[in-house]
Design a protein around this ligand. Structure first.
Ligand SMILES: [Zn+2]
Length: 428
C-alpha cells in the first residue's frame, strides 16, 4: 500500500513538472534537442537567416510599439564579427566600450547574447528584451553564433543610440536637437545640444576649449556658417582709372556707408520697437536691395565687395566700447592693417584708418573670411589691435563650403536689384 502511494506521488510530481516545463517552453526545446541528437543530424539554419530573422523580430516589436525600426549599421556589424572571432575572447562589455571609444557618436549601447535550440527560442528572447524596444536606440548590429555542432544557435545583438552629425541642414529641418560634432581644430568629437536656432551661436570644443564654428540665421530663419554670408558679391560700380589701391579701398568703404542706412537689428537690446529675438543676418545682395542693415549686414557687404576687388578682408565680431556687441571690417594692404567701421554713413577718407589707432575701442572675439574663422588665442589677453598676428589668433578652416542659397527670395531680390539699376540708369 505504501509502495503504491509512493508511486502515485512520484507520477503526480512528474506530471506537474512536465506541465510546468511545457508552460515555460523548456520541454519543447528539450524534445527538439533529443530529436536532433536521435536523428544525429543538424537542422541548423544559415547564419544569414538567423541574423535576418533576429533583425526582423526586433523591428516587429518596435513597430507594434509605434517606434521607428532600428537601422542595420554595417561597420558596427563588421566590428562585432571581428571582435567575437578574437582569441582570447573579449567580454561583451569590453567589445562595447571599444566600439564606443572608436565611435563616440554612439552615446549609448546595450547588448543581448542568445543561445537556443530553436529559432522560436531566439525570437522569444528578442521579444522580451526591453532594450530592443527602447525609443532612443537608433542602430543595430547582429551576428549569428552557434555551438556543439549547431545543436544550439543564436546571436549577439547590439543596439545603440547614434547621434546624427551636426549640420545646418539638419538644424534647419528642426527634427532633432542632439547632435554629434567633430572639432575642426583638434579633431575630437563631442555630443552637443542645440535648442534655439534663431540666434547666432558657436560650437565650442570640450577637449581643446576653443570655438571652432559659428553660425547665424538669415531673414528666413535658416542657419548658415558665418563664412557662407560672404558670397563674392560686388555691387555694379565703375571705378575711376587712376585710383591707388588704398584710394579704391576707401572709396568702397564710403560707398557702403551710402548704400546701407544703419538700422538696429530687431534683436538688439537698444531696439525698443521690436521684441523679435531673431538676429537675422543679411547677404550682401539683400543689404544692397533693402538699403538698410545693422553692423554685421554692412560689414558683410563691405568685406564681400573688397574681396571681389582682390583685397584681403575679414569681418570681425566682438565689442565696441560703449555700444556692446558689434561687427566691423578689417583689411590688410601693403603690410598695414586697417579697421573700417561699416556703419559710418560718411566716413572720412582723407586719413588712413589704421587698426592700431582704434585698438582699445574695438575688441574682437572672432573674425571670419571666405573659408575660415579665427578666434583669439587668449580671449582674456589685453587686445593690442593686431588682426593678422598669427600668435594672437587660432584659425579653423570651415570646409566643405556650401554653395550660396539659390532660394526664391534671392532670385526675387536679384530681380528687384536689376529693376533698381535700370531706374537709376534711366534718371541719368
Ligand atoms: Zn577641439
Amino acid at each position: 500500500m505504501l509502495r503504491k502511494l509512493l508511486t502515485l506521488l512520484i507520477l503526480v510530481c512528474l506530471a506537474g513538472g512536465i506541465l510546468e516545463a511545457r508552460q515555460h517552453g523548456y520541454l519543447e526545446n528539450t524534445s527538439e534537442l533529443f530529436l536532433k541528437l536521435w536523428q544525429g543530424k543538424s537542422s541548423a539554419i544559415s547564419e544569414d537567416r538567423v541574423e535576418n530573422e533576429a533583425l526582423e523580430q526586433v523591428n516587429a516589436v518596435r513597430r507594434s510599439a509605434g517606434l521607428s525600426p532600428l537601422i542595420l549599421d554595417t561597420p558596427f556589424h563588421d566590428f562585432l564579427v571581428h571582435e567575437l572571432g578574437l582569441a582570447p575572447k573579449k567580454t561583451l562589455d569590453e567589445i562595447l566600450s571599444a566600439w564606443q571609444k572608436a565611435n563616440p557618436c554612439f552615446i549609448r549601447v546595450a547588448a543581448l547574447s542568445i543561445r537556443s535550440f530553436t529559432p522560436a527560442g531566439v525570437q522569444k528572447e528578442i521579444s522580451n528584451w526591453t532594450e530592443g524596444s527602447d525609443k532612443d536606440y537608433t542602430h543595430v548590429a547582429v551576428v549569428a553564433q552557434s555551438g556543439m555542432g549547431n545543436i544550439w544557435q543564436g546571436c549577439v545583438m547590439i543596439v545603440g543610440e547614434r547621434l546624427p552629425y551636426f549640420s545646418p541642414e539638419l538644424l534647419n529641418a528642426g527634427t532633432v536637437t542632439s547632435y554629434y560634432s567633430v572639432c575642426r581644430l583638434c579633431g575630437n568629437g563631442h555630443p552637443c545640444s542645440v535648442q534655439n536656432h534663431n540666434q547666432t551661436f558657436s560650437l565650442e570644443c570640450p577637449h581643446c576649449h576653443r570655438i571652432y564654428t559659428i553660425l547665424a540665421a538669415d531673414s528666413q530663419k535658416q542657419m548658415h556658417y558665418v563664412n557662407e554670408y560672404l558670397t563674392e558679391y560686388a555691387p555694379p560700380a565703375h571705378f575711376p582709372k587712376a585710383l591707388s589701391r588704398l584710394q579704391e579701398m576707401l572709396l568702397i568703404w564710403r560707398a557702403v556707408g551710402k548704400i546701407c542706412k544703419y538700422t538696429l537689428d530687431p534683436a538688439d537690446p537698444n531696439n525698443t520697437t521690436s521684441n523679435d529675438p531673431t538676429d537675422a543676418w543679411q547677404f550682401a545682395l539683400e543689404t544692397q536691395v533693402l538699403g538698410t542693415g545693422d553692423c554685421e549686414d554692412s560689414a558683410i557687404l563691405l568685406a564681400d565687395w573688397l574681396h571681389s576687388r582682390g583685397f584681403e578682408a575679414r569681418v570681425a565680431i566682438g565689442r565696441f566700447a560703449e555700444r556692446g556687441g558689434h561687427a566691423w571690417v578689417v583689411t590688410r594692404l601693403d603690410g598695414k592693417e586697417y579697421l573700417l567701421e561699416s556703419t559710418a554713413p560718411n566716413p572720412r577718407i582723407d586719413s588712413e584708418p589704421f587698426a592700431i589707432d582704434v585698438g582699445s575701442r574695438y575688441i574682437p572675439d572672432a573674425m571670419f573670411d571666405y573659408d575660415s574663422i579665427y578666434v583669439r588665442t587668449d580671449p582674456h589677453d589685453i587686445w593690442d589691435g593686431k588682426y593678422w598676428d598669427e600668435t594672437k589668433w587660432v584659425r579653423s578652416q570651415q570646409r566643405p563650403r556650401r554653395a550660396p542659397p539659390k532660394s526664391p527670395v534671392a532670385l526675387e531680390l536679384s530681380t528687384i536689384l536689376q529693376a533698381k539699376i535700370a531706374s537709376i540708369t534711366a534718371h541719368h
